[in-house]
Design a protein around this ligand. Sequence first.
Ligand SMILES: Nc1ncnc2c1ncn2[C@@H]1O[C@H](COP(=O)(O)OP(=O)(O)OP(=O)(O)O)[C@@H](O)[C@H]1O
Ligand SMILES: [Mg+2]
Length: 392
Amino acid sequence: MFEKGSTIIRDAKVFDYDYVPDRLIGRDGQLASMEVLFRPLANHGRSCTAMLIGPVGTGKTAAAKCFCRDLSAYCATKGSPIDVIFVNCRSRNSEAAVLLHLVQHFDKGFPERGFSPDQMWRALRTHMANEGKDVVMVLDEVDVLLKKGTMDLVYQISRFTDGGQGQGRSVSLIMISQEPLNEMLDEASFSSFRRANTVVFGKYGYDELREIVLQRAKAGLLPGKIGDEPIDMIAESAAEYGDARMAIELLDRAANMAEGEMASEVDAEHVRGAKAMIYSTVSESKLMTLDRNRMLALLAVSRSIKKNKYVNMAAAEKTYAVVCEEYDTAPRKHTQFWTYVQDIEKLGVIQTIVLNDSSGRTTLISLPGIPSKVLSEKMESLLESSSSKEER
Ligand SMILES: Nc1ncnc2c1ncn2[C@@H]1O[C@H](COP(=O)(O)OP(=O)(O)OP(=O)(O)O)[C@@H](O)[C@H]1O
Ligand SMILES: [Mg+2]
């Protein structure tokens, strides 16, 4: 059952949460700031600190990994290799769990259980004192830990970075958080993370997200398996949140859906399906508030859009006439159909845009949040139950 070759996806690993692309889009400024902050380490082996702050999916983890990869390579070529320890504080969300990870970095066989934090600190100090390389510790999602009141851990680590522990080589620290850390850290530990060390990650805009999706599609999909329209749609959806993870998840799900259907490529319909899986904006209760005429209009839009991103008003209206005939209802005039479309837009189910070009004004309708196939089926069943009610 697994022997069938992929038709869409070339390399599924590209969509894994821990995949880091070779090049980050639109983060040159942040990477350059980190480079400035870490120059003392790269050139003189002195300890440095940085805090990477920004909302969900803005590339903080990816930037830290890229940066440490480049820094390691640079230091290695200079003949002073460094040791990077990456800890995710969400999955290791206690002082003991983080400590254990740090100790096990140096001593793989260190027992999971049976040691107190004090004993682990002692073990860590000994390892640090014997360490032949400068160390960079990355505490990712450190806010999760700090919100639980685990301040001491950061304070203790900051004492390593201050060089007050008599360790062999320098210890540098990168802390990553969605929220600013100043309020979460006490004065003592904050003094070692001077404000100036903060690197801010803002939300991504449409253009950046589009490029991120394009980059990931090139790496993960077979050539020519996704066109511009579905890529635009993914970037548009994710731009509402500025979140690159959402964009990549949409691409991944849409590609899997296309592959499951043995489609020839990823199209707009697959993106709508992926979106509906991630968050359903079109609930049945919303659609039930529509009267019969508007339900017919929405069914017509849904049937006429099919796999495309947009349908124009004229084509939707043609389908509307066919739908009305099927449901034994006299179609309303153009202006009335237009009003229906606008009312449905107010519910958030469809969107319209007006284009002015050489051939005049064209209104395009899009269906951002639900696959047309799913919507058509929903509308058909709602219309059926509304006509059976009328008959009673
Ligand atoms: N500039 C970028 N170029 C290419 N890919 C990116 C970029 N920024 C983020 N990504 C990708 O988007 C996804 C989310 O990014 P990342 O995990 O770094 O976000 P984050 O800021 O750490 O989010 P969180 O606060 O939720 O941990 C990852 O797959 C990452 O590789
Ligand atoms: Mg992260």
